[in-house]
Write a protein that binds this ligand. Structure first.
Ligand SMILES: Cc1cc2nc3c(=O)[nH]c(=O)nc-3n(C[C@H](O)[C@H](O)[C@H](O)COP(=O)(O)O)c2cc1C
Length: 411
């Protein structure tokens, strides 16, 4: 099947709201784009729509029950687990107040809510409900929770509700075309970084001080890997220089594995020579033991003093002879975030800096989501809510693509 969504696997969850009839049209539009769709309807959804149109449009029987097992690919298959392992995206349209509450609270008491507990892909939640329900404190809190976990909750449309007496209000399900546009944005990246050679650094570094011990930090590498993978999907030729992050090589790009700040410097500067742009997301150690030993240090009574020396400042070196190349840096700060990030942007000659808090509840280090402020060389500041790192990566790359178009047009 051709189409923009060919080869993409989508689970379409439908819960019991009056807007469930619009999910049939959504299934049709997703199928026309070539998506492989498995519909999952709640029992309440079946009070509003029938299984049959979904079965005909998607070519698969929708799943509605946990017991007895429905939709198993083979004996022993548990679709509530296996489906999410394969899915590129889960779309819940319409999402009732009830389903949103169960998803936020981790309740799995039917097929769709249980499937959501094993979700690994992004989840696009499309709420639809009475405006009074949408504005209830419980729904507000649950929506906030889902967004903080990095899920995408669309804003319901404003307009006439299903029943004339409900009049105008916010709670209407967005139209299938708007949902399809969101799905395309999530699953079909633009090719706007084609022709760009990009170096991305990621992860922590390790600075050895004897045969078995080293100094490191909490960086997981997730942000840099998300950036590298998304940039490659958008057409860039990516070299990912990774410290010891414990993540698999992302497909479609070159990964260079390093350990220390010195090795990171060598690999990054080599790739930077040929690059059009660099995104430095690694948490490079600023210090290393001044006198590392080959042998294991024998423990003795009393304290041990380790003397540390500065490592090279890779970002500053890259910024110095930057020319027309684009350079994006990260600032991880425990306080005075904007001020420190702006200082760093200026000192290192960056085009864009991504400022992350690494303290308290907003801590970005090691987490799957981060709260970020993006600051441009011109001073423009954009504040983002806590987002999954892949969503933040795409926002950063949108800015990079915009700057790249400008650079290309002034050549
Ligand atoms: C006629 C009718 C329309 C409804 N429409 C909605 C709706 O649009 N949104 C919503 O959140 N709940 C709506 N409900 C309530 C849900 O159907 C109810 O909370 C149900 O338990 C949801 O189950 P589910 O989340 O498992 O699908 C409606 C109920 C009725 C009787």
């Amino acid at each position: 099947m051709s189409g923009a969504l060919a080869g993409k696997r989508i689970v379409l969850g439908v819960s019991g709201g009056i807007a469930a009839y619009k999910a049939v049209e959504l299934a049709r539009q997703l199928a026309l784009q070539g998506a492989e769709i498995q519909a999952a309807l709640t029992r309440s959804a079946l009070a509003f729509v029938q299984s049959l149109p979904f079965e005909v449009l998607t070519g698969r029987a929708p799943i509605s029950r946990m017991f007895p097992i429905e939709g198993a690919a083979h004996p022993g298959d548990m679709p509530h687990i296996s489906l999410t392992g394969r899915a590129d995206l889960i779309v819940i349209a319409p999402a009732t107040a009830n389903l949103i509450g169960k998803f936020a609270g981790g309740i799995g008491d039917d097929f769709l809510s249980t499937l959501l507990l094993s979700a690994r892909s992004p989840v696009l939640v499309v709420p639809a409900m009475n405006p009074r329900m949408w504005s209830s404190p419980a729904v507000r809190e649950n929506v906030k929770k889902l967004r903080e976990r990095g899920h995408l909750v669309m804003e319901p449309g404003v307009g006439r509700m299903a029943r004339a007496e409900e009049g105008e209000g916010s709670g209407r399900m967005p139209e299938p075309e708007a949902i399809l546009a969101e799905v395309l944005r999530l699953l079909v990246p633009p090719h706007d970084l084609a022709g760009m050679r990009l170096v991305v650094s990621a992860g922590p570094t390790r600075e050895r001080w004897d045969a078995v011990r080293y100094l490191t930090n909490r960086s997981s590498g997730k942000m840099g890997y998300a950036l590298a993978a998304a940039a490659a999907a958008r057409g860039a030729e990516v070299t990912l220089v990774s410290g010891p992050a414990g993540l698999p090589d992302p497909p479609g790009l070159r990964t260079v594995r390093v350990e220390s700040a010195a090795e990171m410097r060598e690999a990054v500067l080599a790739a930077w020579k040929e690059a059009h742009a660099g995104i430095m997301a690694a948490a490079v150690s600023d210090y290393r033991p001044a006198q590392p030993t080959e042998r294991k240090h024998k423990k003795k009574d009393g304290p041990l003093t380790l003397k540390l020396e500065r490592t090279a400042d890779i970002l500053a070196e890259m910024g110095k002879a930057k020319g027309k190349r684009l350079l994006v840096g990260f600032a991880a700060e425990t306080g005075d975030l904007t001020k420190n990030a702006k200082d760093k942007l200026r000192r290192k000659g960056l085009d864009l800096i991504v400022a992350n808090l690494i303290a308290g509840e907003e801590d970005a280090m090691g987490a799957d989501a981060a709260t970020a402020i993006l600051i441009r060389a011109g001073g423009k500041e954009e504040h983002f809510p806590r987002l999954r790192k892949d969503a933040l990566a795409s926002a950063i790359l949108d800015r990079l693509a915009e700057m790249w178009q400008k650079v290309k047009s002034t050549k």
